[in-house]
Write a new protein. Structure first.
Lengths: 170, 170
């Protein structure tokens, strides 16, 4: 399936000079949505994934259907102050300023096999912070799944050694 | 399945006096996640749903797997400034101040059959605002699906006449 034909390009969003890859047009297409979930499922089906981690908020869109198909649990990685239990936190740098991600300390038992999903791999800051965030959990990071990679930004180089899968590359 | 046994109660979150119903413990349980998605699927399977609308951000968790199972498209209802295309917007009142939801104007063709999902029906402000938000789309609102209802808050009374389904009631 030609996924790029279902992704809409919107110039100058969220600010001038940025070409935004809008995946909402893909999500609203039943065949496109089905194809994306089925492809991710095929890719990770033999990897004995225990938990799929979705990064707030567009990572949630792919995380739960993938966990459902893989027979895994789903764990949200959230912005500060959203998770009610005891959390691990990880700060990371943005173009201007810093941001922070959190995960529940009891999200996954030690030794679990984890998969991290998000819609977009751009500069890699968020994904790399998530990989650092889970270090105290003493689990195995099997891989990442991204719908879209902006390969010119070289975000992949920030990620730890693991299985990085992308369905659409620009 | 006893879903309440998978939902964790956290007192005084996000502020003193609130008993927070934490669904992350349900999501991380593979059988619990599967049961919830399968139940929603059964409930709406015969309703010819064209689009499932998920309200940011916990509504995303149930919206995409349900759309996938129903063979429908998924449409995000988001906070202001997140959707890159032309939007309809709807303001609504919070306890202190106001908030706003947006949907893409071209999210669903006129006459589509829509289902709105979210994790929680509390005072009903967000869900009622979503029902108003979609009025300009000239679609049919078939119903709502909520994982949890706090029935003492009577949010249901704010919603339009349609099929309201809840899996766990407190």
């Amino acid at each position: 399936m030609d996924l790029k034909s279902l992704i809409r390009d919107i110039p100058d969003f969220p600010k001038s000079g940025i070409l935004f890859r809008d995946i909402t047009t893909l999500l609203q297409n039943p065949e496109g949505l089905r194809y994306v979930i089925d492809r991710f499922t095929e890719i990770f089906a033999e990897q004995s994934i225990d938990y799929v981690l979705g990064i707030e908020s567009r990572g949630f869109l792919f995380g739960t259907p993938l966990a459902y198909n893989l027979g895994a649990g789903f764990v949200p990685v959230r912005k500060p102050g959203k998770l009610p239990g005891a959390v691990h936190g990880q700060d990371y740098e943005l173009e201007y300023g810093t941001d922070r991600l959190e995960i529940h300390q009891d999200a996954c038992p030690q030794g679990s096999r984890l998969l991290i999903v998000d819609d977009l791999l751009a500069t890699g800051g968020t994904a790399a912070a998530t990989a650092k965030l889970i270090e105290p959990l003493a689990c195995t990071l099997v891989g990442f799944g991204f719908l879209v990679e902006l390969s010119g930004l070289a975000g992949r180089q920030k990620l730890p050694e693991c299985d990085i899968n992308v369905l659409v590359e620009y």
